[in-house]
Write a protein that binds this ligand. Structure first.
Ligand code: 15L
Length: 270
């Protein structure tokens, strides 16, 4: 399939985007990056400073793009008020703008924290009922639901990618199961934008690791085959994390790990 004309990557200054944005360049003739923070060195890409909660700003941001990788927003737990702005209002703004500008396919960066309260001894698929572990997880759950509504009502295609842990290397024992190699994220994005048919599927963003919690068989039609495994880092992970957590420690009990045990953040003035 032909390259995209212009791919928008939101959240371009964030950790995940910094790992993948250079390699995403091959998907499109041009790349538009956006964030509220300075993205650093971006080579030939275009940068647009944009607050996702600014509806008019998002409208202008999306105009002229035929693919969107929506990484923007808060990427871990925070106060409800903070999450509301970028992860709830921001998602509405992205989807709303997409309807006005030709319905570019959207890769929505959802998260494993939508299903964080499943046990590490459970094996779940795309149809598992949501069990969010934080306001952050709830906001990703909202994003998935909004995307599904736009699909059913208007035919807007999206990939709802429940990303495990996308870092250069897995940092701890839990990430031996949740790790997503940045290269596998890029090959997934390639399939999302180049597959003849997408629809609005849930896809677990995880590499070909030895411990497996998530079943991607419902999206085999996309032809995505992750090429990396956390196993290559096992010795390092064990050396850096010599203590084996007890089975009732949330880090070892639930798929969402420490998110399941963290207190809700104190809200500011409502
Ligand atoms: C996420 O959704 C976060 O964005 C990332 O920072 C990690 O915490 C990751 O999940 C994880 O669960 O390891």
């Amino acid at each position: 399939m032909a390259k995209l004309e212009r791919l928008l990557v939101t959240g371009a200054a964030g950790g995940l985007a910094r790992l993948v944005r250079d390699n995403l360049a091959k998907l499109a003739h041009s790349i538009r990056l956006s964030d509220i923070a300075d993205p650093g060195e971006i080579g030939a890409a275009e940068f647009v400073e944009c607050d996702l909660a600014d509806r008019a700003g998002v409208e202008a941001l999306v105009k002229g793009c035929d693919g969107i990788i929506h990484l923007g927003g808060i990427s871990k737990e925070n106060t409800f008020e903070t999450i509301l702005q970028s992860n709830i209002i921001g998602v509405r703004n992205i989807y709303d703008a997409a309807q006005n500008h030709g319905q570019p396919r959207i890769l929505f960066a959802s998260s494993n924290h939508v299903v964080g309260f499943y046990g590490q001894d459970e094996y779940i698929g795309a149809d598992a009922a949501h069990q969010p572990d934080s306001w952050y997880g709830v906001s990703k759950s909202f994003g998935e639901a909004a995307a599904l509504m736009y699909w059913r009502k208007f035919g807007q295609e999206s990939a709802l990618v429940r990303i495990g842990s996308c870092f250069d290397v897995p940092a701890d024992r839990r990430m031996q199961a949740t790790w997503l190699a940045p290269e596998d994220f890029v090959s997934l994005a390639e399939r999302v934008f180049y597959a003849p048919r997408l629809g609005c599927p849930v896809i677990y963003g995880v590499s070909d690791n030895e411990a497996v919690w998530w079943d991607n068989s419902a999206t085999s039609y996309l032809g995505w085959k992750p090429q990396h495994s956390s196993a290559q880092f096992d010795a390092d992970v064990v050396a850096r994390n010599p203590d084996i957590p007890g089975k009732d420690d949330p880090v070892a009990k639930y798929q969402g790990g420490v998110f399941t045990d963290a207190p809700l953040w104190e809200s500011g003035a409502d």
